[in-house]
Ligand binder design. Structure first.
Ligand code: ADP
Ligand code: UVW
Ligand code: MG
Length: 411
């Protein structure tokens, strides 16, 4: 049985999955060409909520979830940061006996810049090139590249394949990518890239299965609300605008990131608050967003459970900015047919979805409150002009499927 391993370093998590390639899969790269065998994650990294999970799946059986003792026996105990998560994951992989079945390892790499527009088998030189984007995605790029370097050394014959968050947005109209800056800076690549593209790709492919009529999916906004959060306007299956820009700091407020700010505020911090570039970077990437406004936590679960007015203020601001962003992206699309919620908050936080949808009622959204409380797939009423959906994302499956397509092309 041939296998593909996938690693996905998010800002608060390391997710991993092992797929078996089905007989039909050997010939095509569809999402269904792969059978999930193992999946797991280290989550809540750099918070007080660090957790680990592992599940094993046999075809036709319910998933077997490992308990705490079984996880401990495998060395899979909670990790406090990405480095520790990767070390534990590598040790678990190392102790698996047979690695000859592994035909590729797929990695989520958040920033692909202007050159990397599709999945690529990495050379050592590619890794050097991709490291140049580390300052543009400090919460992601170094953590995505670290296991690539380790695995290139440990398993030199197994292709290490990078799949990029930015790739899905690479064909946005130029007007959506430009900043209003002098041309010589734009020419240097100071443009909007957009992120979470693997997630958006999964959602648009899955929505097409749930809602097969193309005409109903012409204008879609996907709200990827995880620890990082962004939205994407998708017209006829193609990204046309996104809330994230040059870096994964723009747009919506996030767990610890500020989202969009007046750029004059950054100048003020440097000029009048005597903050260095590094201080401002730490402030905007690690101390802002839900954590900064609430002063309590970056985790939406904790804020929703809290009675503190500061927690409520953080949730209110989060939902307000999200509703404004949906309207802005509907503007880019010239209307809206469907809204999809996904990722940690989008998939699980019914009160957040309810508040956002309530603020979008003027766009023609009517929430089915019972369906919303159940995290059902369709959460809008039949009378709602805009369909509202909850679709769990699966970046790992898109990565595995892109790897398979690349391997099949190379044969
Ligand atoms: N049941 C829940 N209710 C509210 N928020 C949740 C729930 N489960 C997860 N979350 C939120 O999702 C976030 C993690 O989202 P996820 O997409 O997995 O993260 P990452 O950005 O690291 O990939 C957590 O920080 C938490 O705020
Ligand atoms: C790009 C980004 O913010 O990703 P994540 O939500 O996984 O941290
Ligand atoms: Mg994520």
């Amino acid at each position: 049985m041939q296998e593909i391993l996938v690693l996905n370093s998010g800002s608060s998590s390391v997710k991993f999955a092992l797929y078996h390639i089905t007989a039909e899969g050997a010939a095509g790269g569809s999402l269904e060409a792969l059978t999930l065998a193992y999946s797991g994650h280290f989550s809540g990294l750099a918070t007080s909520q660090c957790r680990v999970s592992l599940a094993h799946r046999e075809p036709g059986q319910p998933p077997h979830r490992y308990g705490l003792q079984a996880l401990e026996a495998l060395g899979l105990t909670p990790a406090i940061n990405h480095e520790e998560a990767i070390t534990k994951l590598m040790a678990w992989l190392e102790q698996r006996e047979d690695k000859s079945t592994l035909v590729a390892i797929g990695h989520r790499v958040v920033h692909g810049g202007q050159t990397y527009h599709e999945a690529v088998r990495l050379s050592a030189n590619d890794v050097v090139e991709l490291e140049k984007f580390s300052s543009l995605a400090p919460l992601h790029q170094p953590h995505g590249l670290a296991p690539i370097k380790l695995l290139m050394a440990q398993l030199p014959d197994v292709p290490q394949i990078a799949c990029f968050d930015t790739a899905f947005h690479a064909h946005q109209p130029w007007v959506a990518r430009q900043f209003a800056l002098p041309r010589e800076l734009t020419a240097k690549g100071l443009i909007r890239y957009g992120f979470h593209g693997l997630s958006y790709d999964y959602i648009q492919r899955t929505l097409a299965n749930v809602l097969p009529d193309d005409a109903l999916r012409s204008r879609v906004v996907v709200a990827h609300l995880g620890n990082g959060a962004s939205m994407c306007a998708i017209r006829d299956g193609v990204s046309v605008a996104s809330s994230m820009g040059f870096t994964a700091l723009d747009g919506l407020p996030m767990g610890t990131r500020s989202g969009a700010l007046d750029p004059g505020l950054v100048l003020h911090l440097i000029g009048h608050e005597e903050m260095s570039v590094e201080d401002v970077s730490t402030l905007l990437y690690k101390r802002s967003g839900l954590l900064g406004v609430s002063g309590i936590s970056s985790d939406m679960r904790e804020l929703l459970a809290s009675d503190a007015p500061e927690a409520e203020e953080a949730v209110e601001l989060y939902c307000y900015r999200a509703a404004r962003e949906i309207a802005s992206l509907a503007g880019a699309l010239g209307g809206l047919d469907q809204l999809v919620f996904t990722a940690g908050i989008g998939e699980h936080a019914a009160p957040v979805r309810a508040r956002i949808v309530a603020q979008c009622d003027w766009l023609g959204m009517q929430l089915d409150e019972t369906a919303n409380k159940r995290d059902a797939c369709c959460i809008s009423l039949p009378s709602s002009r805009v369909g509202v959906w909850v679709i769990p994302t699966d970046e790992e499956r898109v990565i595995a499927s892109d790897c398979l397509a690349l391997l099949n092309r190379a044969d």
